[in-house]
Ligand binder design. Structure first.
Ligand SMILES: CC(C)(COP(=O)(O)OP(=O)(O)OC[C@H]1O[C@@H](n2cnc3c(N)ncnc32)[C@H](O)[C@@H]1OP(=O)(O)O)[C@@H](O)C(=O)NCCC(=O)NCCS
Length: 350
């Protein structure tokens, strides 16, 4: 696949097939809607919502006992948090972008302090965003090198077109939901190991290699032999070096040298050289950010939250852009489920 976009997408992705799905069959011309092949009219006449949930989630109509169990589980979850605000105009969203960018950094740092039983640190207005974050995290003002390193990492992670989390944010925003909901969708999407969670996965591997005292290349060979993907490599869009990796590689090397912690870079570099030759895959943004963040004193389970500390800027920009010229994002699915029409089988005959 070429990595440069050549065709214009219709606004709101109208008519674009974005996946295959066995859930919902729609014939827009005939006015047909069916879940798992069962016509909505049949379900409306004979079924109930709980049973339809079962059909959607488990792919078949439930037996009497299966339905009873699902009803009980739904009832057990009947508690609600009060929902919030709604002001979706451009200026309000820019204000929200500023507040969220400032405060997500504070939340991540405060969370880390609280869980370690440490006092939450007061922000300093005179500091840069990067320096203030490191102050809140570590309780002391960072060195110039550490501040600059984090600043560059924040720049490199700030935006990346329609990556999965940003797409999720835009889909949420396009329903005319609000900035906070869009960012919540984005955070959930970022977390996965195929996206922002990859930086954590990279460091777990480096730690495992370090602990076992094995050759990094042998460790990775073992992963590949087990058909596992090596986190931090490959990219849907880049078929050459990820331009962000170029900076992070240098940063990891420089910081390692200046902190007497070169081992993480050395290990990473051996892995990179091997994977490049063996799998023809390049390191992506997550590969060297792992060792970089570690040397900056950031705990491994904060790596992905730190990604969010930066990417909030991009998510917010996309939400604003989406809402400034909005159309509902509603692509289509290519139906591959049971042929329509399927019969609704009454409970006694299942
Ligand atoms: C980023 C990623 C999800 C892109 O996925 P994709 O575009 O769907 O590409 P695919 O997963 O289909 O991979 C294509 C081929 O390369 C291989 N491949 C891709 N990334 C790989 C990796 N990190 N390690 C080993 N093999 C990999 C796949 O196994 C597949 O090989 P095959 O054709 O022989 O089956 C994928 O490269 C990956 O999982 N990387 C590791 C996680 C990661 O670092 N994510 C952060 C991205 S910034």
């Amino acid at each position: 696949m070429p990595s440069l976009t050549t065709t214009q997408a219709p606004k709101g992705l109208e008519g674009i097939v974005a996946t295959t799905s066995s859930i919902c069959y729609i014939d827009g011309d005939q006015g047909v809607l069916a879940y798992r092949g069962i016509d909505i009219h049949e379900l409306a006449d004979h079924s109930n919502f709980e049973e339809v949930c079962y059909l959607l989630w488990f792919g078949k109509l439930p037996t009497r006992n299966e339905l009873k169990e699902l009803r009980e589980r739904l009832a057990a979850e009947r508690t609600l948090d009060p929902a919030i605000l709604h002001n979706n105009d451009h200026n309000a969203n820019v204000a929200k972008a500023i507040r969220l960018t400032s405060q997500i950094a504070m939340i991540v740092a405060a969370y880390d302090r609280i869980r370690k039983g440490k006092k939450v640190v007061e922000s300093e207005r005179s500091l840069s965003h990067a320096a203030n974050f490191l102050l809140l995290l570590n309780g002391t003002k960072p060195s110039e090198t550490a501040e600059r390193a984090l600043d560059i990492a924040l720049i490199l992670h700030a935006d990346h077109e329609l990556n999965a989390s940003t797409f999720a944010a835009r889909v949420t925003a396009a329903t005319l939901s609000d900035m906070h909901s869009a960012v919540t969708s984005a955070i959930g999407t970022l977390k996965g190991p195929l996206h922002g969670g990859a930086n954590e996965a990279v460091f777990h591997i480096l730690q495992a290699i370090d602990k076992a005292g094995v050759e990094p290349v042998d460790f990775v060979k073992g992963m590949l032999a087990e058909k596992k993907k090596v986190p931090g490599f490959g990219h849907r869009v880049y078929h050459t070096e990820d331009p962000r990796a170029t900076h992070l590689r240098k940063m990891s090397s420089d910081l390692g040298k200046s902190n007497g912690q070169s081992k993480w870079f050395d290990m990473s570099h051996k892995i990179e050289e091997f994977v490049k030759v063996e799998k023809k895959l390049n390191a992506n943004v997550d590969f060297y950010s792992a060792s970089t963040y570690h040397i900056l004193g950031i705990d491994v389970d904060l790596f992905t939250p730190v990604f969010a500390v930066s990417r909030i800027s991009g998510w917010a920009a996309h939400v604003i852009e989406q809402l400034d010229d909005n159309r509902l994002i509603r692509p289509r699915a290519d139906y591959i489920g049971p042929a329509y029409p399927q019969q609704y089988v009454p409970m006694e005959r299942r």
